[in-house]
Design a binder for this molecule. Sequence first.
Ligand code: FCB
Length: 441
Amino acid sequence: MSTPPLQPFLWGTATASYQIEGAVSEDGRTPSIWDTFSHTPHKVERSETGDIACDHYHRHREDIELMRGLGVQAYRFSIAWPRILPEGKGKGNARGFDFYNRLVDDLLAAGITPFVTLFHWDLPQTLQNQGGFTNRDIAGWFTDYAVKTIQSLGDRVTNWIMLNEPSVFAFLGHATGVHAPGITDLQAFFATTHHLNLAQGAALQALRSINASWKLGTTLNIHRGVSADGSETSAIMAEKHNDLWNGCFLGPLLSGAYPARVLHGLEPYIHEGDLKLIHQPIDFLGINHYFRAYIQSKPSALIGYEQVPPPSGLPRTSFEWEINPGEFRDVLLEISQRYECPPIYVTENGAYFDDVLSVDGKVHDPNRIAFLDGYIKAMQEARGRGVDIRGYFVWSLLDNFEWASGYRPTFGLVKVDFKTQRRIPKDSYFWYRDHIRQHAE
Ligand code: FCB
């Protein structure tokens, strides 16, 4: 299997631009598909939007102070494409670049290593109007954006993540339609899946040719599907889900091929040379893991099945996500055994539990502490069995805008009072701080 780590293991936290920044129409930023979606009534719970979110755009220094107090060595954040390129392509926006330059400088001054995600779903609306990821031209648009961004920050930022969870973006955005851009169309889903891979491959190739010393990777959401009802049909659908959700992204990137069973859906979009372009070497693979997916056959659904909550009796978070650290360990083992896998960073892991501000002014969140403790131990077990993992990022630093669920699901180590923007570190924040102190490598 893999060689031992050459650099220290990094403990970190993660966020994403639309979920925390706010300031959606400041300094030349134009709308993203998430602005459009959240401003469409009933798309997001309580019709909440990211207009203000954690106001991180104005409070990033305070948030870096929180990270300094936490003692994290790394921070994963994403760039809002429409801040950098308000037209989606072409002319860059100096004020947009300024914000990320300040953020990077302040992180480095605090001794925190930035991991920058280029695409965490906030596509400029103007590009969506031209088809977004269903349009093959997205490969060029994304590369243009990636090159301009890295030219601005790449003298100080080494670690670059091309995409965040393309499977979620393709599925929820284009098949079930519960995320922006809210499309429910099988062809759009397959086109998007392929074009995400294509855009990633084109950007990786371009960036690599500019500077070979950047560490380039991407982040996939990996979970395994199991039959929810024990039936043979659901078991077949669970296999299909594994192909569509994991295999369609792991396969072409790490082995140069799509899973044979779902190839027919993608074939109309694959041009000669595409698979070669997608099969680029990467320096690291980011893995986000949250739960095991219970899959129920449903012939009337667009893809023939749906994901349902875990069977009763199993431990779960307030999001109805199964708590199963052993599954996390096994996912890490399986990926490293099945593929020629570069070093892994766990770029997201964490849990939503309903938090209460207690009378003593604190947030006691023993559930989250137990969750993190269990999942970190599971990751360490995988490392002990040879999986080359170089870092772990808790999702998330702050409570934030949880996509279609709005502000209800609280994932933060720090509670945010969205009326006052007051930040209140939870017990889990202090637990993670102590964990980092005790386990610095
Ligand atoms: C992941 C997303 C992240 C956050 C967590 C809870 O799928 O990447 O933005 O919403 O789930």
